[in-house]
Design a protein around this ligand. Structure first.
Ligand SMILES: NC(=O)c1ccc[n+]([C@@H]2O[C@H](COP(=O)([O-])OP(=O)(O)OC[C@H]3O[C@@H](n4cnc5c(N)ncnc54)[C@H](OP(=O)(O)O)[C@@H]3O)[C@@H](O)[C@H]2O)c1
Length: 253
């Protein structure tokens, strides 16, 4: 991937980042290879828009995807107001996926298969990040995995081996993402079969100012997706909105 001076420029101009983090992230944009185009399918929703906000603030070229073009454009305009810049665009899910280097999907599990089918041909050869949690809408506090094992295994099977599916961000509540000044104290576990794809997603997490860890192959995503129901349980029991997990015992970078 090419270095992006555009990314660095938009960082420099972004009023939304606190100064010290702004400088750190700007330095990262200038010195690392970064992926310039991210599509967030379901980017009009709570989780997708939060991730998109943080990536746009970090200098990535972000496009929100939606089933409806106008809805995507409205959501992009709202993010641009928060960012104080006009870099985020809105397109249909398919058009957003087609023009992106990395495609991130954050839709309800009920929309998982249909959304995957609608973009299958335009994501071949790309990194595809699945944020979807297969919640049991009869009881979201109870883990209930699909027959394939997990939503991200279903995505890998449906999209085929030509797509580098990575499972990530399922344990980060949208509550943490929506304010750029908020320090996130929860970690992200990243699962997938392609090491370089996982490295790119870990970089994306870092750009969103979240610590991420390579948590092994795509089969391990069953634990990560299931953890979300455990966290929802804790949220309800303790009357909080955004319980999370943190890995200990490893020096933090
Ligand atoms: N919210 C969180 O805190 C959180 C945290 C971790 C993981 N997750 C997971 O991330 C995913 C998205 O969560 P969310 O809270 O952002 O969901 P959401 O706001 O309810 O929905 C996200 C977007 O998905 C699209 N969508 C909704 N219903 C659909 C349907 N029936 N068919 C096709 N598209 C549909 C909508 O976009 P358009 O109408 O614009 O197409 C919507 O804006 C879920 O799998 C969730 O479990 C959420």
């Amino acid at each position: 991937m090419e270095k992006s001076s555009l990314a660095a420029e938009s960082l420099r101009d972004s009023p939304a980042y606190p100064a010290t983090q702004h400088e750190i992230t700007q330095e990262a944009a200038l010195t690392q290879d970064i992926v310039t185009k991210i599509a967030v399918l379901g980017g009009t929703g709570k989780e997708g828009s939060g991730l998109a906000l943080r990536w746009a603030a970090a200098g990535y070229d972000v496009t929100l995807g939606s089933r409806e073009l106008e809805k995507a454009q409205r959501a992009a305009a709202e993010l641009n107001v928060t960012l104080g810049q006009g870099s985020v665009r809105g397109l249909t899910n398919r058009a957003a996926a087609a023009q992106a280097d990395i495609v991130v999907m954050a839709v309800p599990y009920t929309a998982h298969t249909a959304t995957l089918e609608s973009i299958r041909d335009v994501v071949q050869g790309k990194v595809f990040v699945d944020v979807t949690v297969p919640l049991d809408m009869q009881n979201v506090r109870r883990v209930k995995m699909p027959a394939a094992g997990s939503a991200s295994i279903e995505a890998q099977q449906l999209l085929g081996e030509g797509v580098k599916v990575v499972a990530a961000f399922q344990n980060i509540s949208a509550e943490h993402l929506k304010s750029l000044n908020h320090e996130i104290e929860c970690d992200v576990l990243v699962c997938g079969n392609d090491k370089d794809a996982k490295r790119q997603v870990i970089e994306l997490a870092e750009a969103a100012r979240v610590q991420a860890w390579d948590a092994g192959p795509i089969e391990n995503a069953v634990v990560v997706e299931g953890m979300t129901s455990v966290l929802i349980n804790l949220n309800i029991k303790h009357k909080v909105k955004a319980a999370g997990i943190r890995i200990t015992g490893i020096p933090r970078p």
